[in-house]
Write a protein that binds this ligand. Structure first.
Ligand code: NAP
Length: 276
């Protein structure tokens, strides 16, 4: 059995995404949501072994908590300091992180990659995975713009390539960096359904070239104000669903221990989700 754990968990799209892929591959493996409260992952690991769980995905608030509990960690999980995919191998828990790879493939799918200069908004968990993956994915410069500048600086210090550059989040700073960029990726909570805050203004979008892309990691709502504003300006847009789908494909490869037909699976899931 495979699972996804989180709190809250019932809103998770992972069961429909993973079940669609398992069905398509002709595999009779159940994938179910499991509510696990903050601080409950250690107990869950014991329960999971006793109940035949051979792998699971983790979402908020467990991604960081899982790191010290793993018997082994993949390179990305170590680098990002977070785990979103866990496999049981010969009785040992092995933790991976597929967020960075999922984001890169979703940018390629959206026709937004390669991009030489990138503005990345936010410096939280998702931003860390995306920034560090894109830093080795061909970008020349990535500005990590965050409300709390010290967090952007800490994130950039993790980057051995020197591509990441910390910056503030004031409207003028965003305009300045956008004049030099071809891609903006929102990794903040701004615009999310249950977030009470919104961008102060969207004038930074006017500073982008006309063929630039704007990706929002958020997918609730499907069209954030950021994406609406970008679309009104004729920019390419994508929400966070393709990233969710691609990171799930990488997870399934870890669960099954083999390479899968990624584009075929992505098309099957996009059709199921009504994205195409
Ligand atoms: P997180 O670690 O809590 O980071 C939140 C980020 O948002 C921080 O950089 C924070 O800035 C910024 N922020 C929050 N409120 C703000 C405000 N009022 N003004 C300016 N900045 C603000 O969260 P996360 O796990 O990185 O997730 C971020 C978003 O990505 C969420 O919407 C999540 O749903 C989405 N996500 C999507 C996927 C996907 O597959 N599509 C995967 C992972 C995450 P400070 O540092 O200043 O607090």
């Amino acid at each position: 059995m495979l699972q996804v754990i989180g709190d809250p968990i019932l809103h998770s799209k992972s069961p429909i995404i993973q079940s669609t892929m398992l069905d398509h591959l002709g595999l009779d493996i159940p994938y179910t949501p499991q509510w696990v409260k903050k601080g409950g992952v250690e107990a869950y690991l014991t329960w999971a072994k006793d109940h035949g769980v051979t792998g699971f995905n983790a979402t908020m608030p467990h991604k960081e908590d899982l790191v010290p509990l793993m018997d082994e960690l993949g390179t990305e999980a170590i680098q990002y300091g977070a785990v979103n995919t866990v496999c049981l191998r010969d009785g040992a828990w092995v933790g991976h992180n597929t967020d960075g790879d999922g984001c890169l493939d979703s940018l390629i799918y959206a026709g937004m990659w390669p991009a030489r200069q990138v503005v990345l908004l936010g410096a939280g968990g998702a931003a860390r995975a995306v920034a560090l993956r894109l830093a080795t994915g061909g970008a020349e410069r990535i500005w990590v713009c965050n409300r709390t500048l010290s967090k952007a600086q800490q994130l950039c210090q993790l980057d051995p390539t020197g591509v990441l550059t910390p910056a503030g989040f004031e409207p003028k700073t965003l305009v300045d960096v956008c004049t030099q960029a071809q891609l903006v990726i929102n990794c903040t909570n701004l615009g999310m359904d249950d977030c009470p805050h919104q961008f102060e203004d969207f004038s930074f979008l006017d500073a982008l070239p006309r063929d630039a892309g704007v990706m929002d990691l958020i997918y609730h709502p499907a069209r954030t104000q950021l994406l609406q504003q970008a679309q009104q300006r004729g920019l390419k847009v994508s929400n966070g669903l393709p990233m969710l789908v691609y990171q799930a494909i990488f997870s399934l490869e870890y669960f099954l221990g083999r390479k899968l037909p990624r584009q075929e699976l992505a098309q099957v899931v996009f059709t199921k989700l009504g994205l195409i």
